[in-house]
Design a protein around this ligand. Structure first.
Ligand code: SF4
Ligand code: SF4
Length: 288
């Protein structure tokens, strides 16, 4: 739980961790920060969830993510084509008298069933992924996994986050500013942008900042792989009045620890860094 000094009580807080681009160290920071805050870690990067490689939770709960898809009952279908005409996602097509269903394109909007006057269309269910939950490093960990080849991550993200649990939830989101990130932000109270001091880092940071400003989500920046205190990210943040929550240095040992699947928080030197970042997160997010 996070302490709200204004309310004088513990509150739930969902903190989305984003990065404008991949490879900034978003998962490393999310997992270690969750530990430093003694919060819950949620891997929302459902197309490539890798936070469990570090937190190594013991899975105690698994559930399927089921979505609807239309089934055509040929004996009742009059081939009128109304269902095909109404579908905005090209999930239905008519070839001669036959109605073809492309189930992976179905967005489960329900329109085709409404327009079918012959009760020739019903819905079936199919699995597109799983949710896993467990305890790792003494904190609650959960993740969504989208099946390989499935194009739509949103139902997995929705099911994962709607039962995110109490306390401070660190949401390790997909990189970039795709619709997966937009969906995740609908559940976020605050956000942290992880970036690196390179031209690419700055370019993609600007896009992520624009997105968060559109959502009116309070946010701060963590600079990863920082070599010197004077860099283009700090200049940009100063100009845009963006809070820098903290930074991590550019060090070979960090990359080595990452490649071995180790938590930086278990290294005394970096534990201090993450405790400091956690303190700043509390200050910045509960007073803004
Ligand atoms: S609306 Fe119903 S009857 Fe018409 S083509 Fe579609 S499934 Fe067949
Ligand atoms: S439920 Fe909606 S998206 Fe799916 S096939 Fe029917 S009309 Fe298309």
């Amino acid at each position: 739980m996070a302490w709200d000094p204004d309310l004088g009580e513990e509150i739930n807080l969902n903190i989305a961790v984003l990065s404008g681009k991949g490879g900034t160290g978003k998962t490393t920071i999310s997992a270690n920060l969750a530990l430093a805050l003694q919060g819950n870690y949620i891997d929302v990067d459902v197309e490539e969830p890798n936070g469990f490689l570090f937190l190594k939770p013991q899975i105690d709960h698994r559930e399927e993510v089921l979505v609807n898809y239309p089934m055509i009952h040929k004996d009742q279908c009059k081939s009128c084509g109304r269902c095909v005409a109404i579908c905005q996602f090209n999930a239905l097509a008519q070839v001669g008298k036959e109605i073809l269903v492309f189930e992976k394109l179905c967005h489960d909007c329900g329109a085709c069933k409404i327009v079918c006057e012959d009760q020739a269309l019903t819905y079936g269910q199919r699995s597109i992924g799983q949710i896993e939950r467990g305890i790792g490093n003494s904190i609650h960990c959960s993740r969504g996994i989208l099946e390989v080849g499935e194009p739509m991550a949103i139902p997995v993200i929705r099911q994962l986050l709607k039962n995110s649990g109490e306390g401070t939830n660190i949401m390790d989101c997909s990189p970039g500013t795709s619709c997966n990130v937009v969906q995740s932000l609908r559940y976020a109270d605050r956000a942290i942008l992880v970036t690196e001091p390179t031209a690419f880092g700055l370019h993609d940071l600007k896009r992520a900042v624009a997105l968060l400003r559109m959502f009116l989500t309070p946010f701060g920046v963590i600079i990863n792989k920082e070599k010197q205190e004077e860099n283009q990210i700090r200049q940009y943040c100063q100009k845009e009045n963006i809070i820098i929550i903290g930074s991590l240095p550019y060090r070979k040992e960090i990359a080595t620890a990452y490649s071995k699947g180790e938590m930086l928080y278990h290294h005394p030197q970096y534990k201090q860094d993450f405790d400091q970042i956690a303190k700043r997160v509390r200050e910045v997010f509960l007073w803004n």
